[in-house]
Every structure is written in structure tokens, then in C-alpha cells.
Ligand binder design. Structure first.
Ligand SMILES: [Zn+2]
Length: 493
């Protein structure tokens, strides 16, 4: 046991998580955690893989009943606490980030990113398991990921959960992104470190996402647990952010159910260092300059207006006008209806990036109305593609990166086997039945995983097309172009 804890200390020293003067403190907190006598540190020569070392320490903790309930979540929470013993405190991280930021913003983000990986808050090993590919579609490239990084639950855990009474636990943050998660045992966040930033003269916090759907995937959360809201000040926050971190994009999920993300009760944005497919989308119509701001409509499955300018205030003003006009826009022929009994349906998904000093904003128009024919949403993935994806199309997918459920990996393998060997349809493929029959009806084609991935990609392309309010056909194009022209006309008055 001591040997493993010494290896952990050695690892922390090698990653600059602690320095030699911190060793005594680390030993004290580690021995307390593992319920053992204090030990002496001696430098080890052959250090093992930290994942193996940690796993052994956690096994020991389980044996000693220091962990309740065998679950992966509990093991993760315990591991996070072990790392917390060998890393800088939240205060130290905030101070160091601030100092590095004064030198160069990238130095500061690199520091926090590396720290988040080194302490396994970002679970890089698990993320490597994800299956990723690129599909050349009609709108340009799309990116697809089958998400396998979320581990399966242990059957013992499932049994345990079934009998667990629901109680409000004290010390538990109001939601998974509240700032109170920092160095909290709940949600395995003892090793989480966040830093304060100011956007629109308000206090926000910056941190990395443990899921890391793309490089440097970050979350920017408001200091208060307050609901998501897209309004004029949203644009101020977005511009302030890209001015602070010019190499990062930032975007917001919509603030309404069905078209928004999974967390609507805490105001937040997502950012990072990735160039999403939408960035490379071509203009389908160029509207020229409106008071210093270049306006165009993109050839993209979701209805997207692009603004470009060096002048952030002119752009903020025009973006606010697009938002206001969109909220009340109606076009019954295209099923676009702004509200039902006073409940609004329309909002936007905004994205902002800074390229060589020029701001570029994509405004994606959204509507969350449901109908008898489409009870899950008219501008939401329709029934026929639910076997691939039925969740909300939030910011990340609207930008052209599909996050597909882990079950698909096994299902695609089963489909290949079923099609090749003409077996009876296994029960778990029932939801894909129509699709499989359609593939069979095409006659002899070579079935392999590459072929099936292309098929899934085509379905994802449909998923995002369903989410577009104005379709890319004559009626849709006329509709959105008239809408854009009316906003331009108003802003010129
Ligand atoms: Zn919250």
C-alpha cells in the first residue's frame, strides 16, 4: 500500500502537481484517507503506469470498506479525492492561472488543461475508446463519434440503486455544473479546479468538460445557479469571452426545451479549440455589408445566418436585431409559428469565433414546437431516424459533430453479422428493422463496418436536416432570405 502511495506522490512530482515541500502534507492526507499510519517518502526508480497504481489503491480501499457500494461512480469519486491530496488547492490554481494569463492567455489555458488531464479529471484513457470518423456529405464534412467513454454500470451497482431511498443530501450542489462542484466529493469532483472570469461585468467561471467531446472542450458557467437565457446581453458575454481567449470559439445552447442542451437550469456556454464543420460551410447567398457587418446565409442543414466584422459593437447590435425579429417571426406555410397560448417557441443557437482579428458569428434559428404528427418536435429528429438519434440537437451537433450512443458499436457489428449470414433478426436490432430491410432491398452490396458507418452518417445528415426550420428548397430559401432582408431593411432605417 505505502509503495503505491509513494508512486502516486512521485507521479504528482513528475507532473508538477506538487513540489518537494508539499510531500509531507500529501503523506498526511493520503494516510488519513487510507486509514493507515504515516509513512516515509523515498524516491522510486521504476514507476508504473499511474492508472494501474490508482486501481490497486482503490481496490485496497474497497477491501477496507472505505468505499461504499462497488460502483464505478464511487471508485471515480474516491480516485478524485486521492488526486486532490497531491495537487494544488483551488486558490493556488486560480492564482497561477491569473499570473500565466497576464503573460499569455494560451499559457494559462494550457496550464489548466494539462492539470485537468494529469489528475484524471479529464479521463483521457476512457476517451481513447471512442470511435470517430469523418463523412463527406452534401453540406461538407460531418464529424461522428460513438461515445464509449462512459463506462457501463456494474450490475451490483444497479441492484444497489434500485433499493436506494431518494433523499436530499446536504452539501450536494444544485446541479452538475454549479461552482460548488469544485473540490466536492459529489459527482467525483474533488480534483476539479475552476477559474473566475469576467463577462459583461459579471462573475463567471471557466473549466474543462470531463467528457471532452473535442479538443479543449470547456464550460463557462455563471456564478449563480440561474436558468439559461438567450438575450441581448448574451452577445456581450460571447464577445467578451473571445476577446479574453482569442484562440477559443464559444457558443450557447438554445434556452428552450427540445432544441436546447441537457442543462437548462444553469446558465452556461461551451467553448474550446476546435474547428467544427459549420465553420467551413459555404455561403448560399451573400447579402453584402450592413453598417460594417457582412451578412450571409449558409448552405447548412440548420438555418444559419453568418455575420462577419471587425466591429464588435455593430455586430452585437445587428445580432440583437436578428434575435428580436426571429422571436416573433411567423410563416404558417412553413409550419413556423412563434408561440402557442403565449408560450414562445423561437430562439437561437449562437456561436462566435475570432479569426485574424475578425469576429465571425453564426446564428442558428431554432423552433421547438410539437405537433400531432411530430410529438417530439417538428424541427427535431423525426421518428424514422430515432433508431440512430432521438436526443436534442444541441450546440455541438448543430455545428456538425454527432455524439452517438455507445450501444451503436455493438449494434453495427450485429447488423453486419445479420446481413452477411441472413440470420433471424435479433431482438436488440428490432429498432433498426426498417433500415435493415431497406439495405437488403438494394440487392447485393458489400456489407462491412465502413459501409455501415456511411449509412449512419447519412442518417445523421437527416437528423440535422430535420432540425432546420427553413429547408434548403425553393420555399425554404425564399422564406429565410425574405426574413434576412426584412431585418436588414429595419436596421437601415
Ligand atoms: Zn447549477
Amino acid at each position: 500500500m505505502e509503495k503505491d502511495l509513494i508512486q502516486l506522490i512521485d507521479y504528482a512530482l513528475s507532473c508538477d502537481l506538487i513540489s518537494k515541500k508539499d510531500i509531507e502534507n500529501s503523506i498526511e492526507s493520503l494516510s488519513k484517507m487510507m486509514n493507515i499510519d504515516s509513512f516515509t517518502y523515498v524516491e522510486t526508480i521504476n514507476s508504473e503506469d499511474i492508472e494501474i497504481v490508482m486501481s490497486r489503491i482503490i481496490d485496497q480501499a474497497e477491501k477496507k470498506n472505505l468505499i461504499q457500494g462497488f460502483s464505478i461512480d464511487e471508485r471515480d469519486a474516491f480516485e478524485a479525492k486521492l488526486f486532490d491530496c497531491v495537487m494544488p488547492s483551488p486558490k493556488e490554481v486560480k492564482e497561477k492561472f491569473k499570473l500565466l494569463y497576464l503573460e499569455n492567455p494560451t499559457k494559462a489555458t494550457n496550464y489548466l488543461y494539462k492539470l485537468s488531464k494529469d489528475v484524471n479529471y479529464i479521463k483521457s484513457r476512457r476517451l481513447e475508446k471512442n470511435i470517430k470518423w469523418i463523412y463527406k456529405g452534401q453540406y461538407g464534412n460531418l464529424e461522428l463519434t460513438i461515445n464509449l467513454s462512459k463506462p457501463e454500470k456494474d450490475p451490483r451497482e444497479i441492484a444497489l440503486l434500485r433499493n436506494k431511498p431518494i433523499i436530499q443530501e446536504t452539501g450536494k450542489p444544485l446541479c452538475v455544473i454549479c461552482k460548488e462542484n469544485e473540490q466536492n466529493y459529489y459527482n467525483a469532483r474533488m480534483n476539479l479546479r475552476i477559474v473566475p472570469i469576467t463577462l459583461g461585468n459579471e462573475l463567471w467561471h471557466f473549466q474543462y468538460s470531463p467528457y471532452l467531446y473535442y479538443p479543449e472542450h470547456s464550460i463557462i458557467l455563471h456564478d449563480e445557479h440561474r436558468p439559461m437565457k438567450i438575450a441581448h446581453e448574451t452577445f456581450t458575454y460571447l464577445f467578451d469571452f473571445v476577446d479574453l481567449f482569442p484562440t477559443y470559439f464559444i457558443g450557447s445552447n438554445a434556452d428552450l426545451p427540445i432544441v436546447g442542451g441537457s442543462i437548462l437550469n444553469h446558465d452556461h456556454f461551451q467553448g474550446g479549440k476546435h474547428h467544427f464543420p459549420i465553420e467551413f460551410a459555404k455561403d448560399i447567398r451573400d447579402f453584402g455589408k450592413v453598417k460594417n457587418v457582412h451578412v450571409s446565409h449558409l448552405y447548412w442543414p440548420l438555418s444559419t445566418i453568418r455575420l462577419k466584422s471587425e466591429d464588435r459593437f455593430a455586430m452585437q447590435h445587428l445580432a440583437s436585431q436578428f434575435l428580436d425579429c426571429w422571436k416573433s417571426y411567423q410563416n404558417e406555410e412553413l409550419d413556423i409559428i412563434a408561440e402557442t397560448n403565449g408560450v414562445p417557441h423561437q430562439t437561437i443557437t449562437p456561436i462566435l469565433r475570432k479569426l485574424d482579428g475578425i469576429y465571425e458569428m453564426d446564428i442558428i434559428l431554432r423552433n421547438n414546437r410539437t405537433s400531432k404528427e411530430h410529438p417530439d418536435g417538428i424541427f427535431h429528429p423525426h421518428q424514422e431516424v430515432h433508431h440512430i438519434k432521438k436526443e436534442n440537437i444541441g450546440l455541438i451537433e448543430a455545428m456538425g459533430l454527432a455524439i452517438l450512443p455507445g450501444r451503436l458499436k455493438d449494434e453495427l457489428e450485429l447488423i453486419e453479422h445479420h446481413l452477411k449470414n441472413k440470420t433471424n433478426l435479433p431482438l436488440e436490432l428490432e429498432k433498426h428493422k426498417k433500415w435493415i430491410e431497406e439495405i437488403q432491398s438494394r440487392g447485393s452490396i458489400e456489407i462491412n463496418q465502413i459501409f455501415l458507418r456511411d449509412e449512419v452518417s447519412e442518417k445523421f445528415e437527416m437528423v440535422v436536416e430535420h432540425s432546420g426550420v427553413f429547408k434548403q428548397n425553393k420555399k425554404g430559401l425564399n422564406g429565410i432570405h425574405d426574413f434576412i432582408l426584412s431585418v436588414i431593411k429595419n436596421s437601415n432605417l
